[in-house]
Design a protein around this ligand. Structure first.
Ligand code: G3H
Ligand code: ZN
Length: 269
């Protein structure tokens, strides 16, 4: 039988590599993710956010994800990213997502959702620290007892932590705090999750993957590659959506392959 989704992520942490977790919003971006993973023989995480679900419909995206996963020649984990409320996250689990991430730190809600994910055979990613969306204002928790307490009370399988990245940055100006990563990785064997990875240079992502980060969330950089290629195709006169969306898919896939290689995922499928 196929390994559970949680086991695939734990194997990455134990093996010193990270799964790329790419955000998709439609057919072409989701295909770009899966094709890149197949080209690199890598396990991959295909994720849709609650924001993406507002655009495409949760059930539609779930069906798309399930069908790509079923056809793929590599392990594809279907992840529901940045759930803003518990009800939508529960719905995602019902629709076949392998794992969910919930924003927020209400211990009762976190535990309830974690238990629901486990009952469904899936995993739960909790946000131990928030990665900032704009200006740096995030709060870090450096008390080891607090970390242990959070893990114990939330029942989470994956821990999103703040290592210095920021969401939605097109330039790679963030620098990771590797000292902090090593301290966190010493305190827990749970796979750590890095959000906002578009803001981080590839060599730093590579190093983080060897030090305990096992899921690296990437959206902005891939979206930018997709959109630039669509723009070029339109400028060159393409009018059939298959032409310009196909160009976007190809460019996003090429970029995704670079990240997969940097994170050590190539050949791990
Ligand atoms: O959850 C998604 C991510 O954290 C993506 O961040 O857009 O900065 O790559 P990014
Ligand atoms: Zn994120």
């Amino acid at each position: 039988p196929a390994a559970s989704a949680a086991a695939v992520i734990r194997a990455a942490r134990a093996g010193g590599y990270a799964l790329a977790a790419f955000n998709a919003v439609n057919l072409e971006t989701a295909q770009a993710v899966v094709r890149a993973a197949e080209a690199q023989s890598a396990p991959v995480i295909l994720q849709f956010s609650q924001n993406a679900a507002r655009h495409g419909g949760l059930a539609n995206l779930a069906a798309l994800g399930r069908s790509l996963k079923a056809e793929a020649s590599v392990p594809v984990l279907l992840h529901f990213d940045h759930a803003e409320d518990e009800a939508v996250a529960l719905q995602a689990l019902k629709l076949g997502f392998d794992g969910v991430m919930l924003e927020g730190d209400n211990p009762v809600t976190l535990r309830r959702l974690a238990d629901a994910a486990h009952d469904a055979g899936g995993y739960f990613e909790a946000e131990y620290e928030v990665v900032v969306k704009g200006e740096r204002s995030g709060e870090r928790h450096d008390d080891p007892a607090q970390l242990a307490q959070f893990i114990q009370s939330s029942h989470c399988d994956l821990l999103a932590v703040d290592l210095g990245s920021a969401h939605k940055q097109e330039s790679k100006n963030a620098r990771l705090d590797f000292g902090r990563l090593e301290r966190l990785a010493d305190l827990t064997s749970l796979p750590l999750v890095l959000h906002g990875a578009s803001s981080v240079p590839l060599d730093e992502l590579a190093r983080a993957a060897m030090l305990g980060v096992a899921k690296v969330n990437l959206a902005t950089d891939l979206t930018a590659a997709f959109t630039r290629a669509v723009q070029r195709a339109l400028d060159a006169g393409a009018r059939d959506p298959r032409q310009y969306l196909g160009a976007g898919r190809g460019a996003m896939g090429a970029r995704a392959e670079e990240y997969i290689r940097a994170l050590g995922g190539a050949g791990q499928a």
